[in-house]
Write a protein that binds this ligand. Structure first.
Ligand SMILES: [Fe+2]
Length: 261
């Protein structure tokens, strides 16, 4: 029996969860609701899908309390303002996003509740400076927007993009969540829907530890004239690429970052 009083199984009810797709922009919208109270939140609604989402909320007999944005998007228009007009929901977005008519300006550590559930706001800037990740501890889920995509990261070449900052956000905030946490991205362009912290740590080519970096980088800084065995670090003391880059004064994390707007 689960000992965690916040756990859905322990409480005898469950979170209602729907992952919705806008095929035109490959954008995911997420609906979360408390089965008992019927309170719901919608993350990253898309204007073109407004009628679909309103219909779903009505069919499931849910009360939309908040719309949440993971960031100010560059590839689609949000439905949040229209949902507020139609359903009375509150528009919540990061304070750093600079949205003029938001009802709730979110900051790191803030909590948005729906029924007995809570979403904690983690500041994860880098794709934009107002990017946040929403973490639902009770359900073991996090919604990363474009900070972390499945096997990739969001672009950093516009909207205050900062590759080094994004690298730190992912490694220090998202990767600090428990290994089994389910990660739901803002987009996927290849039909994938969900990943985990453990899976991305192992397989994300933008963030994984390059196999030979501890040997190759020191050797190449001497034009390859140092024998590999002289530069290899003892097993168990490998350091992340970000530390090595910082140590060498390099800010060019860009090659590690990939698709996603
Ligand atoms: Fe984006």
């Amino acid at each position: 029996m689960c000992e965690n009083p916040g756990c859905p199984q322990h409480r005898g009810d469950a979170v209602i969860f729907r992952q919705l797709l806008d095929p035109e922009t490959s954008t995911y919208t997420y609906l979360l609701a408390d089965e008992e109270s019927r309170e719901a939140v919608l993350i990253d609604g898309v204007l073109e899908q407004l009628e679909r989402d309103v219909a779903l909320l009505r069919e499931l007999e849910l009360e939309l309390t908040h719309t949440l944005e993971t960031h100010v998007h560059a590839d689609h228009v949000t439905s949040s303002g229209h949902l507020r007009e139609q359903l009375g929901s509150r528009v919540a977005v990061a304070a750093a996003g600079g949205v003029a008519n938001a009802d709730v300006e979110l900051r790191d550590g803030d909590v948005v509740t729906f029924g007995g559930y809570a979403l904690e706001v983690l500041s994860t800037p880098g794709h934009t400076d107002g990017c946040v990740t929403y973490h639902c501890r009770e359900a073991g889920m996090a919604f990363t927007g474009d900070a972390l995509l499945i096997r990739g990261c969001g672009r950093t070449d516009f909207q205050q993009g900062d590759a080094a900052m994004l690298f730190r956000s992912v490694r220090e905030r998202i990767f600090a969540l428990s290994a089994e946490t389910l990660l739901y991205p803002g987009h996927d362009y290849q039909g994938r829907t969900v990943t985990t912290v453990a899976e991305e740590k192992r397989w994300n080519p933008r963030l994984a530890h390059p196999k030979r970096i501890d040997v190759a980088v020191p050797a190449n800084l001497r034009s390859g004239l140092v024998a590999p065995q002289e530069t290899a670090e003892p097993a168990g003391e490998r350091r992340p690429v970000a530390d090595l880059m910082e140590e060498q004064g390099r800010q060019d994390a860009e090659p590690w970052l990939g698709m996603g707007i």
